[in-house]
Design a protein around this ligand. Structure first.
Ligand code: SF4
Length: 173
């Protein structure tokens, strides 16, 4: 059933955010039974097997243009169902849209800093999920003769910890 108030919140907050489509919150999205894999594949999603008989597509999502979903009317079930914690609190009038936008801006700034550090550590492929790039950066052998690299590793760990804390507190619950 149409809910104009909820739609207005989505229209105001989601284009300013995108963290659930750009791999900051999720490394992939699993399809549900009601999804049409063939249609989604034709629309540009690359589907891969995940677990028992399941299909998923990796994030960052190729349908995301940096602000909006390019296949919004046909987006997968999981994308329709996911309402982050911020959106839920705004919908429940427990938080103002302005306060939510401030938290979104902080999260995007922190995610941007993590991405900048990853690039400095050689993880330059923006088509791969943030968590995968982070895992690879941290598992690469440390060159102890290179104190700058060791410092970058330490800074990255701290920035990722800050980001995870913020995402967990405001977006994932
Ligand atoms: S299909 Fe649309 S809503 Fe779902 S992850 Fe991709 S851009 Fe986001």
């Amino acid at each position: 059933m149409a809910n104009p108030a909820a739609d207005a919140h989505v229209a105001r907050l989601c284009p300013a955010c995108g963290l659930c489509c750009d791999s900051t919150l999720f490394a992939d999205v699993e399809l549900r039974l009601a999804d049409d894999p063939q249609k989604l594949a034709k629309q540009g999603l690359t589907l891969s097997p995940k677990g028992r008989g399941k299909l998923a597509f990796a994030q960052p999502c190729p349908a995301f243009d940096g602000q909006l979903c390019g296949i919004y009317a046909d987006r997968p079930v999981r994308c329709r169902q996911f309402h982050c914690g911020l959106l839920q609190r705004v919908e429940a009038k427990k938080m103002t849209p302005a306060a939510a936008l401030k938290i979104i801006a902080t999260a995007k700034k922190q995610a941007g800093e993590v991405r900048r550090l990853l690039v400095l550590l050689g993880q330059k492929d923006e088509r791969r999920a943030l968590t995968h790039r982070y895992a690879e950066a941290m598992s690469a052998p440390l060159d102890l003769a290179n104190p700058e690299q060791a410092e970058l590793h330490g800074t990255l760990m701290l920035r990722v910890s800050d980001l995870m804390h913020l995402l967990q507190r405001h977006f994932l619950q």
